[in-house]
Design a protein around this ligand. Structure first.
Ligand code: ATP
Length: 355
């Protein structure tokens, strides 16, 4: 396996910039998710790494070697578009071995590789079965076997679970992560689904309009979003924003929100009067009668162990994830208390987190 490094990678289609000067490293054996909404440049980035699209500028390194201008076939990368298209007239062994056969590998070596791969995926007992009679989970494992049997330098996957229903998707997310834990294949995985990215990836690159807004572990991205865009894209419901205008000073530890002093993490910068937003995740809000920051319950959504309660405040609608053991009446007045250590502040003009 090999690491991938891209440096200032850019792709223009005419005057349209699909990917803007992106740089990141995927270390050997790491799983990176490229995450973002449709059209943000994920597939274009992946296709450039695969050699299916030539960059307008920038460099691509595979295992330390500059492969920017190498043909796709010379990169030893497995590009997985669709995990689930099997050859229905072939048995499991032939389906898994097919990529090796088409490479012209000797039969005995194919046999050995297929058997090793099948053991890894715990499907060695069904090698001689026809794929058409297989249950769903086994079919997916055969498809995975076909992708990994070549032992490529890395895997590039473009929404491989896109066509599956929700239940199957969840099974496959687990299966793919398990497989990754066993074979540690360097992987770049494109998805617009934050749950898939959070559940599988070691690192996530959140993309927006061709720009990587943040690159980090799922935990970093969730707990310390670099921009309002990332804070809004990750989490369900997403982070709440309460806008206010202020000139904060280095050393400040509180802000004035709806006329109430709210404790925040220490500010490390002097700021001119500007429009700011306090960011708070729903699970970091408590209801407390003692709090002067108040609002009226707008609605609630019961989720079993907890509930999401929407509260109308002077700063807009705030969603809180609170225990489900108490029910709220629409219009009921509640006090809101935030966990000060978990709050984020953003500059609304740049959209960036305030240091
Ligand atoms: P999706 O999930 O919808 O594929 P994506 O994030 O993968 O989204 P890309 O497919 O990389 O996005 O596309 C990024 C932008 O570049 C889109 O606006 C798309 O229309 C544009 N684009 C992609 N390929 C081409 C092309 N060959 N010619 C012109 N524009 C293109």
């Amino acid at each position: 396996m090999a690491g991938i490094r891209i440096e200032n990678l850019r792709k223009e289609f005419g005057s349209f910039v699909a990917v803007e000067d992106s740089s990141f490293t995927v270390h050997d054996g790491e799983f990176l998710a490229l995450l973002g909404p449709s059209g943000c440049g994920k597939t274009t980035t992946l296709r450039m790494i695969a050699g299916l699209e030539l960059p307008s500028s920038g460099k691509i390194y595979l295992d330390g070697e500059d492969v920017t201008f190498n043909r796709a076939s010379a990169r030893d990368i497995a590009f997985v578009f669709q995990l689930f298209a099997l050859y229905p007239h072939m048995n499991v062994r032939k389906n898994i071995g097919f990529p090796l056969l088409s490479q012209g590998m000797p039969k005995a070596e194919i046999r050995q590789r297929v058997e090793e791969t099948a053991r890894l995926l715990q499907i060695d007992h069904i090698l001689n079965r026809s794929v058409s009679g297989l249950a769903g989970g086994d079919r997916q494992r055969v498809a995975l076997g076909r992708a990994i049997v070549r032992r490529p330098k890395c895997f590039l996957m473009d929404e491989p679970l896109g066509t599956l229903d929700a239940e199957f998707r969840e099974i496959m997310v687990h299966e793919l992560r398990e497989l990754h834990n066993r074979i540690h294949a360097t992987t770049v995985y494109v998805t617009h689904d934050q749950h898939e990215a959070m559940a599988m990836a070691d690192k996530i690159a959140v993309m927006n309009h061709g720009v990587i807004e943040q690159f980090g572990t799922p935990q970093e991205i969730y707990a310390k979003p670099a921009t309002m865009y990332v804070a809004d894209f990750i989490g369900s419901p997403p982070m709440n924003f309460m806008r206010f205008t202020s000139g904060l000073k280095n050393g400040d530890r509180s802000i004035l929100l709806d006329g109430v002093d709210v404790a925040v993490p220490e500010i490390h910068k002097d700021m001119a009067e500007s429009e700011l937003a306090l960011g708070v995740r729903p699970e970091h809000i408590r209801f407390s009668d003692a709090s002067a920051l108040r609002g009226a319950v707008y609605g609630s959504e019961y989720l079993g162990t907890n509930q999401v309660v929407a509260v109308e405040t002077q700063s807009g609608l705030i969603k809180a994830r609170v225990p489900a053991n108490r029910s709220f009446q629409i219009g009921e007045r509640v006090g809101l208390e935030f966990n000060p250590a978990k709050l984020a502040l953003f500059d609304c003009t740049s959209g960036r987190a305030v240091p």
